[in-house]
Design a protein around this ligand. Structure first.
Ligand code: SF4
Length: 280
C-alpha cells in the first residue's frame, strides 16, 4: 500500500506517471539537456537521420585509433616510449623539457606546420604538481608563442591565481598539438598522432601529480573516448598512470558564463589541487 495516498495504486508525480517513472523521466531530461548543451558547445545545431555512411573527417578526428586507445589505458608509465624520440634521455629516464623542445625543433611532422606563425610548446614550472592540457593553440597563442593567453587564457589564469591562490608560473600549461589548427578546429587524428609523443615527453619531463584536461576535445583525445564533457567532468580518470580531472574549457565558460558552470569548474580545480597536494 502506498503510505502517502493510503491506496494500493503507486504514488504518482506531477506528470501523472508513477513517482519512480517520473524520476526516470526527469533523469532522462537532465541527460538530454546536458547532451544538447554539449552539442551546442561543439557547434552542432541539427541532426541528420541515422545512416551507415562513412564517418566524417571530424568524427574520425575525434575517434581515437586503436593505438591511442591502448596508450590511453594508462598502462605505460610516464617516461616510457621516449627513447626513439629523445636520444638525450636513456630508456625510462626522465627527460628535461629543454631536451623535448630541442627534439621538437622547427617541426614539420604534420600539416599544421603550414599555417602556424610559431610553435606553442608550453610553459610553467618544470616540476609542477598540476599540469593543464588544452587541445591546441588559438590565434593569440599562435601570435605570442605562449599557451592560453587570449580571453580564455586570462580566465584560466584567474581561475588558477584567484581561485586556487597559486601563481600561474607554479603550474605547467600546454596543448595536445603545438601548432594552431586553422580556424581553431579540432586537431585531426594524424595531427594528434604526430604531436602526441611530444606531449607525452612533456608529461614525462614534468611528472605532474595531477593532469587537468581542459574541454571536450582535449579530454576525448587524452582518454580515447568521445563522451560529452558534461558527463566526464568532475570525475577522476587516468592518463599514463597519472590522475586526470576533466573540466570545462575556459572558452566554454566565457560563452556560458553561469554561476552553475563557474561553480562546477571551481569544484573540479579545487579537487585537482587537493589531490595534487595529498600526493606530495
Ligand atoms: S602540431 Fe606538433 S607535430 Fe604538427 S607540426 Fe606542430 S609541432 Fe609538429
Amino acid at each position: 500500500m502506498n503510505a502517502r495516498t493510503g491506496s494500493n495504486a503507486p504514488a504518482r508525480g506531477l506528470s501523472g506517471l508513477p513517482e519512480d517513472e517520473s524520476a526516470a523521466v526527469a533523469d532522462l531530461l537532465r541527460d538530454a539537456r546536458a547532451w544538447l548543451q554539449e552539442f551546442a558547445e561543439e557547434g552542432v545545431t541539427s541532426f541528420a537521420p541515422h545512416s551507415h555512411a562513412a564517418p566524417s573527417a571530424r568524427t574520425q578526428a575525434q575517434t581515437p585509433s586503436p593505438a591511442s586507445d591502448a596508450e590511453s589505458a594508462g598502462a605505460a608509465p610516464p617516461g616510457a616510449g621516449q627513447p626513439q624520440i629523445f636520444a638525450g634521455a636513456a630508456p625510462g629516464e626522465r627527460p628535461e623539457l629543454a631536451q623535448v623542445r630541442e627534439q621538437l625543433g622547427e617541426c614539420t611532422r604534420c600539416p599544421l606546420c603550414e599555417e602556424r606563425t610559431q610553435i606553442v610548446f608550453g610553459e610553467g614550472n618544470p616540476d609542477a604538481g598540476l599540469m593543464f592540457i588544452g587541445e591546441g593553440p588559438g590565434e593569440q597563442e599562435d601570435l605570442s608563442g605562449r599557451p592560453f593567453v587570449g580571453r580564455a587564457g586570462e580566465l584560466l589564469t584567474a581561475m588558477i591565481e584567484r581561485g586556487l591562490e597559486i601563481p600561474r608560473a607554479e603550474v605547467y600549461i600546454c596543448n595536445i598539438v603545438k601548432c594552431r589548427p586553422p580556424g581553431n578546429r579540432t586537431p585531426l587524428a594524424n595531427e594528434v598522432a604526430a604531436c602526441r609523443p611530444f606531449l607525452d615527453a612533456q608529461i614525462a619531463a614534468v611528472q605532474p601529480r595531477v593532469i587537468v584536461a581542459l574541454g571536450k576535445p582535449a579530454t576525448s583525445l587524452l582518454l580515447g573516448r568521445d563522451i560529452a564533457i558534461t558527463r566526464l567532468r568532475g570525475q577522476w580518470h587516468e592518463y599514463r598512470g597519472i590522475p586526470l580531472m576533466p573540466t570545462f574549457h575556459p572558452a566554454f565558460i566565457l560563452r556560458q558564463y553561469t554561476a552553475q558552470n563557474r561553480k562546477l569548474v571551481w569544484d573540479d580545480l579545487r579537487a585537482a589541487l587537493q589531490r595534487s597536494r595529498e600526493a606530495q
